[in-house]
Design a binder for this molecule. Sequence first.
Ligand code: NAG
Ligand code: NAG
Length: 188
Amino acid sequence: LTLSPHLLCVLLQLCSLQLLVVAMPTCRLLEDVVLNTHHLLRDLGGAFPVQCLKYNINISFPDSAFPASTANHPQCRQALWVVYETLRETQLLFEDFELPVGEGGVSWDRKKLSSFQNLQDRLLEEGSCLSTNKTPDVLSPYFSNVTAVVQQQGSAACGWMALRRDVLWVLKTALREHHSCFTRRGRH
Ligand SMILES: *[C@@H]1O[C@H](CO)[C@@H](O)[C@H](O)[C@H]1NC(C)=O
Ligand SMILES: *[C@@H]1O[C@H](CO)[C@@H](O)[C@H](O)[C@H]1NC(C)=O
C-alpha cells in the first residue's frame, strides 16, 4: 500500500480534527445527574438547626445570580454557570476543611455524602468549559463568607448546614426554572 502525499495529508487532517474534538472541554450538564445530585444532598439527613439561623446575616446566597429567564443562549449559559460555580466552590470547601464531627457537629450520611461528591466531580468534569465565564463572579463574596464561618470552630457546623441549604436551593431552582438549559440523555 502506498499513500499519495495528498491522501496522507487528508488523513492527518482528519486525525487532528478528531483529537481536537476529544480534547475540547464540554459545556453540558446532564439533567438527570443534576437531579440525582440534588436528591443525595437532600437526603443526607437532619433539618436546618434553629441555632444556625443567626448566620443568615453572614451567609445569604445572591438569588440574583440566576438570570431572570432563560430565553436565550447567554442566559442559559449564566444559569448553568451558577450551578457549575456553586458546585466547584463547594468541592473546594470539602477539600480544604474537615466536616466537624461529634456533638454539635455535622452528622450526615457518609455513604450518601460520598455519592454526592462523586456526582459533583462528574458534573464539574462534564461542565468544565463553563468555568470560562465572562460575566463578573457574583458568587465569590458569598463563598468568602461561607469560608469565614466554616473556618471558625464555633460556627463551622452552621456554615456547612447553610451551605447545604443553599446548594440545594441552587440545584432546585435551576431544575425548576431553567430546566431547558440542561442536556437530556439521548439528545445532543
Ligand atoms: C457577607 O457577610 C457580611 C457580614 O459579615 C454581610 O453583610 C454580607 O451581606 C454577606 N454577604 C453574603 C453574600 O452573604
Ligand atoms: C458574621 O458577621 C458579623 C458581622 O455582621 C461578624 O462580626 C462575625 O464575625 C461573622 N461571623 C462569622 C462566624 O464569620
